[in-house]
Design a protein around this ligand. Structure first.
Ligand SMILES: [Zn+2]
Length: 146
């Protein structure tokens, strides 16, 4: 067990701290899960990604910031990151995982973040809705927003 630092800074740390308070059993960066999620609850099949707004091309102010040099290079790189992110999400969902993407810019609103994490981690529902079911599935929890 690692010592708890006096202050958790950094995007991932914030999420770990809040997730730990709700459900401590996560694993970090598991190589055997597509995309090596920042946090993964293996038995519950829930994966959490903490995305940097610039690197993953978020639609917020930080994500829209243009690099000063090598603009084309960075744009292409970020586009590749986004494409890879999408592919990873698809792969995870196809194999029954539920995914929560948290953007760096969303982490400051801690109360809100706590609620989202609690909903995501505590929601009890089938991985897939029953065949032909019109009920809202847990897919509603899938955050693919950007
Ligand atoms: Zn953002």
């Amino acid at each position: 067990m690692r010592a708890v630092k006096a202050r958790d800074t950094g995007p991932e740390r914030i999420v770990r701290r809040l997730a730990y308070a709700i459900a401590p059993g996560y694993r970090l960066h598991r190589r055997d899960i597509p995309g090596r999620p920042d946090l993964a609850y293996v038995a519950r099949k829930r994966a959490i990604f903490v995305h940097g707004c610039f690197w993953h091309g978020h639609s917020c102010a930080r994500g829209a910031r243009e690099p000063r040099t090598n603009v084309t290079y960075w744009r292409e790189k970020i586009e590749r990151n986004r494409a890879r992110d999408r592919a990873i999400m698809r792969r995870l969902r196809r194999t029954g995982w539920r995914v929560l993407v948290l953007w760096e810019c969303e982490l400051r609103a801690e109360e809100r973040l706590k609620k989202r994490l609690a909903r995501f981690l505590e929601a009890q529902c089938a991985t897939r809705p029953p065949h032909g079911s019109r009920a809202r599935s847990c897919g509603a929890l899938l955050t693919m927003r950007r």
